[in-house]
Design a protein around this ligand. Structure first.
Ligand SMILES: [Zn+2]
Length: 183
């Protein structure tokens, strides 16, 4: 099988941030896939499934409710590694283009005060019980305040390959730090 582009990103040097994963063309139309990286790969605890699931529901609903962007949203959903999300928008963008939008989105998720998460019913969702609203609000708050608020170039552009792959080792899973500890 071919090695796909996202597996060539040096995850050892990848910080929480906002990146353009790729720009594809659907016919003549560009389509941008963003890598919205919430936790540091292999260094910080990834989001639990209830947290990432709740952010998926809240974020997708938020994006499709915003008139200025809704018509460009193709997809918003979680990465399998549970360290972030992919957002796919119609159009060609750089990562900084969507930072103001993401600031608003994650601020609104952090402040979400309703008791029920949109779409969290057995009719609408395939695993509606697996929702952690408090976790979603904590991670959204952390991401907005500590990553988006003063985001710099090192969190807007993928790191260069830089180091040989063999030097990229993580000691043990017990070394994982909780990002929510920084909130
Ligand atoms: Zn669901």
């Amino acid at each position: 099988m071919k090695k796909i582009a996202s597996f060539t990103v040096n995850h050892c040097a990848l910080l929480p941030g906002v990146y353009v994963s790729r720009v594809d063309y659907a016919g003549a139309e560009p389509v941008t896939t963003f890598d919205i990286r919430i936790t540091r790969p292999n260094e910080e605890l990834p989001m639990n499934t209830g947290t990432i699931h709740a952010i998926e529901h809240l974020g997708a609903t938020w994006l499709r409710s915003r008139e200025e962007i809704a018509h460009r949203v193709i997809y918003f959903g979680p990465m399998g590694c549970r360290t972030g999300f992919y957002l796919i928008l119609a159009g060609a963008y750089v990562s900084s283009d969507i930072v103001p939008l993401l600031k608003e989105m994650y601020a609104d998720i952090a402040a979400f005060s309703e008791k029920t998460i949109p779409g969290a019913t057995p009719f609408e969702c395939g695993n509606y019980r697996d929702m952690d609203l408090e976790g979603a609000k904590t991670y959204a708050s952390y991401f907005r305040r500590y990553v988006l608020e003063h985001i710099g170039q090192d969190r807007l552009n993928y790191p260069s390959a830089g180091q040989p792959q063999e030097t990229c080792r993580i000691e043990s899973a017990s070394a994982l730090a909780s990002p929510s500890g920084r909130v």
